[in-house]
Design a protein around this ligand. Structure first.
Ligand code: BGC
Length: 767
C-alpha cells in the first residue's frame, strides 16, 4: 500500500504536471536549498575564472540553477545585459562566432524619449536571448543617475524616475514578448560603484519613494518583469538583499510583484574578500526578507540554507515561498518548454534596428548658424580624435556586448561618400592599433572588470593642423569616454584633459581662420563638462555610445538624412561642483566609502538645478532639431471620477524639413505641508515624423497618484491643496505654454507602511 502511494506522489510531483505547491511539498530541504542557491558562475569557481572551463550550454552566460530531472526542473540560463545579450562569441571546437547585436547603451536609448522604439529594441534583445538558448536576461538596469561620476551610468536611463520607469517598462515588455524573462536591476539605490559591495546609503523615506524606488514601481506595475535583482549596497543600514521592508513590504505587498527576487552576484557578502575567504552571506536574512534566489551561488550557501532552516533562523515557510516563486518562473521558460533554439538570431535585421535607435538617440547640442546638416558626399574631412577611428559602442563590465563589428566614424563618413584626410588617418591608424591592442591585452590580464584607460590624444603640430585646414573642407574631433562596472569616474574624467583641450583649441583656431566648419562629436557614456569648450565648435553632436552601427548613424545625422530628435534625459551641469551630490559622492571616507549620505534628498538632477536656479550647460529635456516646432492649445480636463488629469495639446512642425519633437509636461505643485521642486516631469510624448506644416494632437492622462508627494510623517502619498501649474515645453528650461488647475482640499491618495526608516539623522536641503 505504502509503496503505491510513494510511486503515485513521485509521479504527481513533476513540474508542469502537478501544482507548483505539490512539487514544493515533495522536495526535501536539501533539494530546496540547492534550488534557491545558483550553481556558481559557469566556468568560474567563486571569483576565479577556470583556465579550462567545462563545456557549457551558453558560454559567457552569467549564472544558472541546479536542475532536478526527477521533478522535471531544468537548468535556466541567465545572461547579461542592458545593451544586448552578453555571451562569449568563441566556442570550443567551432570556428563559428556567436555574436550578439550591440545596441545603443541605455542612457542613449532614453534620449530617444520613445518608448515604442525601446520596446522594439527590447524585443530584438529578447529574440537573441531566446535564440541563443538563454532563459532570463539580466537587464534592464534602471538606477537613477544621481551623480555623473557613477561608472555604470551608461547602463541606466536617466536622472528622472518617470523616464527610467517608462523606458524600463517598454524594454521589459519588448523582451518578455518573446517568452523569455527580463530582470530589473539593481533594486535599489545602486548609484555608485565605489565600495558597491558594502556602502551604506542613507536616504530619506521621501527621496526613496519619489526618486529611487519610483522607476521600479512604474516598471513593476506596467510590465510585470519575471525577476528583480537586488543591489549590493545597504540602504539605511540593511543590505538590499536582506531588506524585508523593501522586498516584501514595498515590492510584494504594496506593488504586488509576483516574480522572483535574486541577489546581484555575491550580493550580501559585503566584499569580494569575503567571497574569496569562502564565507557566506546571511542567507537566512536574505530569504526571510523575500530574496528568493542567491546568485551566482556557492556550495557554502547551500549548506548555510540547510543549517539555518534546521536551526529555525530561516523560516521554512520562506523557503517554500521562494521555491514556489522560482518554480513558477521556470514553468514559463523556453527551456522548460523544450524550445528548440536556433543559435542563429537575425543579426542583420537587428543591426538595422540598432542603427535606427542610434540615430534617434543622438542629441544635437549645438548647431550655430545652422552649421548642420552638412553635405558629406564628396567632402574631404579632417578627422581628429582617437575614437573617431575606434568608436566606443558601449561601456565595459557586464554591460558590455560581444558584437561582430563596430562601424567607426571614419567608415561611417566614407560610407556616406566623404573622403578622409590621409595624412591624418595614416598617423592615427597605427597609433590606435598599437594603443588599443596594449589596452586589450592589459584588460584580458586583469579580468572582465578591468577598467578602460583613456588613450591619450595624438598631438599634432600647429603646422600639421594648418595644412589640414587648407586641404580639407571641414574638421571633426571626437571626444571619447568609457567606464563600467566596479569603478566610478574621477572628476578628471568628467573634465576634458589637457591633450583634448589643446587639440580642440588648435583645430578651432585653424579651421575658423579659414572660415571652415568644426564639429565635435561626444562619444561618451556619462555626462562630461562642456561649458569651457562648446563655443570653440560650430556644432556639437552627442552621439553617446551608440552601439555597433555607430559611424553610419553619426553620418546620417550630420548629413541630415535623419533629423535629430534626441533630448537629454539628464542635465549637463556647467561644472562638477554644481552637482547637488558633489559634496557627498561617493561618501566617506572618500577612498573607500562606508557611508554615503543623500542630503540632496529629492533634489536630484533638474529638480535641483531648476529649483535653485543654478545655471546649466544643457538642461534636462534639451535637444535641437533641423526643424522648429510650435506648441498650441494646452487644455486641461479632469475625469468625473476625480482620478485622472487629462492634458491636451498640439505640436506643429513650423520648420522646413520633416522631423519629430518631444513634448514634455511638467507640473509645479504649490508649497504646502511639504516643500516641492519648481517642477517635475509628469508626462511626455514624441510625435511621429511630421512633415513641414503638419500637426499632431495629443491627450495624455496623468493619474492623480502621480501628482502626489510622499509625506514621511504620515507615510502617505498626498496631494497638497492649492494651485498647480501645468507647464508644456521641449526642455525643463524652455516652457512654451502654461495652464493651471486648483485642488480645493488636501487629499491622501494612498497610505503605506512606515518602511525603510533612516538609520541616522541627517539634514536634507529644502526649497
Ligand atoms: C553586476 C550585475 C550583473 C551580474 C552578472 C554583477 O557584477 O552588478 O549587473 O548582472 O554581475 O554578470
Amino acid at each position: 500500500m505504502s509503496t503505491v502511494s510513494v510511486a503515485v506522489s513521485a509521479q504527481q510531483s513533476q513540474l508542469g504536471k502537478t501544482a507548483v505547491k505539490d512539487v514544493v511539498r515533495s522536495m526535501s530541504m536539501e533539494e530546496k536549498a540547492r534550488l534557491l542557491v545558483g550553481t556558481g558562475m559557469p566556468g568560474w569557481v567563486g571569483l576565479t575564472q577556470l583556465p579550462d572551463p567545462p563545456k557549457m550550454k551558453v558560454p559567457g552566460s552569467a549564472g544558472k540553477n541546479h536542475a532536478f530531472p526527477k521533478y522535471h526542473i531544468p537548468e535556466l540560463i541567465l545572461a547579461d545585459g542592458p545593451a544586448g545579450l552578453r555571451i562569449r562569441p568563441e566556442r570550443d571546437g567551432s570556428t563559428r562566432k556567436y555574436y550578439a547585436t550591440a545596441f545603443p547603451v541605455a542612457t542613449a536609448l532614453a534620449s530617444s524619449w520613445n518608448p515604442e522604439l525601446i520596446k522594439e529594441i527590447g524585443h530584438a534583445i529578447g529574440k537573441e536571448t531566446k535564440e541563443y538558448g538563454v532563459d532570463l536576461l539580466l537587464a534592464p538596469g534602471m538606477n537613477i543617475q544621481r551623480n555623473p561620476l557613477n561608472g555604470r551610468n551608461f547602463e541606466y536611463f536617466s536622472e528622472d524616475p518617470l523616464i527610467s520607469g517608462t523606458m524600463a517598462s517598454a524594454y521589459v515588455n519588448g523582451v518578455q514578448g518573446n517568452g523569455v524573462g527580463a530582470t530589473l536591476k539593481h533594486f535599489a539605490a545602486n548609484n555608485q560603484e565605489s565600495n558597491r559591495f558594502g556602502v551604506n546609503e542613507h536616504i530619506s523615506q521621501r527621496a526613496l519613494r519619489e526618486i529611487y524606488l519610483k522607476g521600479f514601481e512604474i516598471a513593476v506595475k506596467n510590465a510585470q518583469p519575471w525577476a528583480i535583482m537586488t543591489s549590493y549596497n545597504k540602504i539605511n543600514g540593511i543590505y538590499a538583499s536582506e531588506n524585508k521592508d523593501l522586498l516584501t513590504g514595498i515590492l510584494r505587498d504594496e506593488w504586488k510583484f509576483s516574480g522572483v527576487v535574486m541577489t546581484d552576484w555575491f550580493g550580501g557578502y559585503g566584499s569580494e574578500d569575503e567571497v574569496r575567504a569562502n564565507k557566506v552571506s546571511d542567507v537566512a536574512a536574505q530569504i526571510n526578507a523575500g530574496n528568493d534566489w542567491l546568485m551566482p551561488g556557492t556550495p557554502q550557501q547551500v549548506e548555510a540554507v540547510i543549517r539555518q532552516a534546521k536551526s529555525g533562523k530561516l523560516k521554512k515557510s520562506a523557503v517554500d515561498e521562494s521555491t514556489g516563486r522560482i518554480l513558477k518562473m521556470i514553468v514559463q521558460s523556453p527551456v522548460f518548454r523544450n524550445y528548440a533554439y536556433s543559435d542563429r538570431p537575425d543579426l542583420k535585421t537587428h543591426a538595422q534596428i540598432a542603427r535606427q535607435a542610434a540615430t534617434e538617440s543622438m542629441v544635437l547640442l549645438e548647431s550655430k548658424n545652422k552649421s548642420l546638416p552638412v553635405k558629406l558626399k564628396g567632402k574631404n574631412i579632417a578627422l581628429f580624435g582617437n575614437t573617431s577611428y575606434n568608436f566606443i559602442s558601449g561601456g565595459t563590465g557586464s554591460g558590455d556586448v560581444n558584437e561582430a563589428y563596430v562601424v567607426s566614424l571614419m567608415e561611417g563618413l566614407k560610407n556616406a561618400g566623404a573622403e578622409i584626410d590621409h595624412r591624418l588617418s595614416d598617423k592615427y591608424s597605427p597609433y590606435i592599433r598599437r594603443e588599443d591592442s596594449l589596452q586589450t591585452e592589459r584588460r584580458k590580464r586583469e579580468g572582465s572588470l578591468s577598467k578602460y584607460i583613456r588613450i591619450r590624444e595624438m598631438d599634432f603640430s600647429d603646422q600639421e593642423i594648418l595644412q589640414a585646414s587648407e586641404e580639407t573642407d571641414l574638421a571633426i574631433f571626437t571626444i571619447g569616454r568609457n567606464a563600467g562596472e566596479s569603478g566610478d569616474r574621477p572628476v578628471s574624467d568628467f573634465n576634458l584633459q589637457q591633450d583634448e583641450q589643446s587639440m580642440i583649441e588648435k583645430i578651432s583656431r585653424a579651421f575658423h581662420g579659414k572660415n571652415k566648419k568644426f564639429i565635435i562629436i561626444m562619444n561618451i557614456g556619462g555626462v562630461i563638462e562642456t561649458q569651457s569648450w562648446k563655443d570653440l565648435a560650430d556644432a556639437v553632436l552627442l552621439s553617446w555610445q551608440p552601439g555597433q552601427e555607430a559611424g553610419d548613424a553619426v553620418a546620417e545625422i550630420l548629413s541630415g538624412k535623419v533629423n535629430p530628435s534626441g533630448k537629454l534625459a539628464q542635465t549637463f551641469p556647467k561644472d562638477y561642483a554644481d552637482v547637488p551630490s558633489a559634496g557627498s559622492f561617493p561618501g566617506t571616507p572618500a577612498d573607500f566609502p562606508v557611508n554615503s549620505i543623500y542630503n540632496e534628498g529629492i533634489y536630484v538632477g533638474y529638480r535641483y538645478y531648476d529649483t535653485f536656479h543654478v545655471p546649466v550647460a544643457y538642461p534636462f529635456g534639451y535637444g535641437l532639431s533641423y526643424a522648429q516646432f510650435d506648441f498650441s492649445n494646452l487644455g486641461l480636463r479632469h475625469d468625473s471620477a476625480g482620478k485622472m488629469l487629462h492634458v491636451s495639446f498640439t505640436v506643429t512642425n513650423s520648420g522646413k524639413v520633416a522631423g519629430k519633437e518631444v513634448a514634455q509636461v511638467y507640473i509645479s505643485a504649490p508649497k504646502g505641508i511639504l516643500d516641492h521642486p519648481l517642477q517635475e516631469l509628469k508626462a511626455f510624448v514624441k510625435t511621429e515624423t511630421l512633415k513641414p506644416g503638419r500637426s499632431q494632437s495629443f491627450s495624455v492622462g496623468i493619474p492623480y497618484y502621480d501628482l502626489a508627494s510622499f509625506n514621511p510623517a504620515t507615510s502617505s502619498w498626498e496631494i497638497e491643496a492649492g494651485n498647480y501649474e501645468v507647464r508644456l515645453g521641449n526642455s525643463s528650461r524652455h516652457i512654451i505654454l502654461k495652464n493651471s488647475f486648483g485642488i480645493p482640499g488636501q487629499m491622501t491618495v494612498l497610505k503605506t507602511g512606515n518602511l525603510m526608516k533612516p538609520d541616522l539623522k541627517f539634514r536634507e536641503i529644502k526649497n
